[in-house]
Design a protein around this ligand. Structure first.
Ligand code: SF4
Length: 269
């Protein structure tokens, strides 16, 4: 479906990241975080089309360019880490994220290996993290690469199949029950990331802060047993107009319930 058919889209409020290295940015969660974007700077490549995606809707961000070649990723990451080391400002984290789903890059496993190697030699205190929607977490080479990372952070916005289809809008087969079991198979070596929000878009109401959404999601966390969770809410730059932040006190209350399960939980407002 083209952008026009989606209604109320706001591509001008969203942004694309440079590629293959961007930032660093100061993040409350990660400290000084250096981004690695395996997607081209000219567009977005993702298996989801989330209503809240800061990169914009897939239809507005199509690109004919391929993923960035491994050699370029390695070269630019090495040069940036050397410069940061020489300036006395090494990153706290090297984060694979960027314009879409990082694990879609054919070079993802090798890029993670390269990042770990460069981290060890140039920024040994830095963590290596990935922000992924988890749709490829069951692919063996992706799994191996995620397990090389200190902070493999995988998305689980809801355990409602209908809500996921309305909010995250997967463009690949996506079954929540299977997703939860895939995450559980990581045996506590991943982190879970979830957005909570309210609002409406195109006549549909969105609110996953109510008990009917939170309790089953907590049950899934119990089953997955992640080493941590992050919950957050929308920024102003959502492509779908009408989505609103979940109130801070609501996020805090959900985070307390996660911690009561023995799972560390950070909150981004
Ligand atoms: S998974 Fe991430 S990159 Fe992909 S559409 Fe959703 S928010 Fe955007």
């Amino acid at each position: 479906m083209g952008a026009e058919g989606r209604g109320n889209a706001r591509p001008g409020c969203t942004y694309l990241n440079p590629s293959p290295v961007y930032g660093p940015v100061h993040s409350r969660r990660f400290g000084l975080s250096l981004g690695v974007n395996l997607m081209p700077a000219s567009g977005k490549i993702c298996t989801f089309d989330c209503l809240y995606c800061e990169n914009g809707f897939d239809a507005d961000r199509r690109t004919a360019e391929p993923h960035v070649p491994l050699e370029r990723v390695e070269r630019e990451l090495e040069a940036t880490l050397e410069r940061m080391r020489d300036e006395g400002t090494p990153p706290d984290q090297i984060t694979f994220a960027g314009n879409g789903e990082p694990t879609l890059s054919p070079a993802f496993p090798q890029a993670i290996e390269a990042a770990v190697r460069l981290r060890d030699s140039l920024a040994p205190q830095a963590k290596v993290g990935v922000l992924s929607n988890g749709t490829r977490a069951d692919v063996p080479e992706v799994r191996r690469a995620l397990l090389l990372c200190d902070r493999p952070t995988l998305k689980l916005d809801t355990v409602s199949q209908g809500f996921a289809e309305a909010l995250d809008r997967p463009n690949v087969p996506y079954d929540i029950a299977r997703q939860v079991e895939t995450y559980a198979s990581y045996e506590g070596r991943i982190l879970i990331q979830t957005i909570f929000l309210r609002g409406s878009w195109q006549g549909n109401d969105f609110d996953n802060t109510s008990e009917s959404y939170v309790e089953p999601w907590l049950e899934a966390l119990r089953r997955i047993g992640p080493k941590g969770a992050t919950i957050y809410t929308v920024d102003r730059t959502t492509p779908a107009e009408g989505l609103a932040k979940a109130p801070a006190e609501v996020l805090d209350a959900i985070a307390d319930r996660v911690r009561a399960l023995g799972i560390p939980c950070s909150v981004g407002y």
